[in-house]
Design a protein around this ligand. Structure first.
Ligand code: ZN
Length: 90
């Protein structure tokens, strides 16, 4: 049973590495459908390592009383001195 779990984790290693990448769906499909060929697994692994991280976009209405704190990805009230999420000085 442990062997099957380890084998499944190893087989889906490219999909696990690429789960937060921009091409996550393509990496997963290549891993799932062509991973058994060996070369498909290697290509999926290389793709997962080389793919750009997924970009998160935050739209803030003009004139809104909030501002974006990029290091932790949270919205802060306009007059705040410290980030409520990470505690850093703004
Ligand atoms: Zn923060």
């Amino acid at each position: 049973m442990t062997f099957l779990l380890v084998a499944a984790l190893l087989y889906f290693l490219p999909a696990i590495i690429g789960h937060n990448k921009r091409d996550a769906a393509g990496i997963f499909l290549l891993n799932l459908l062509a991973g058994w060929t060996g070369i498909g697994w290697i290509v999926a692994l290389l793709w997962a390592c080389a793919s750009d991280p997924r970009v998160h976009t935050v739209l803030v209405p003009a004139g809104a009383a909030v501002r974006y704190h990029a290091p932790c990805g949270t919205l802060q009230p306009a007059g705040a001195q410290y980030c409520w999420a990470c505690g850093r000085h703004l």
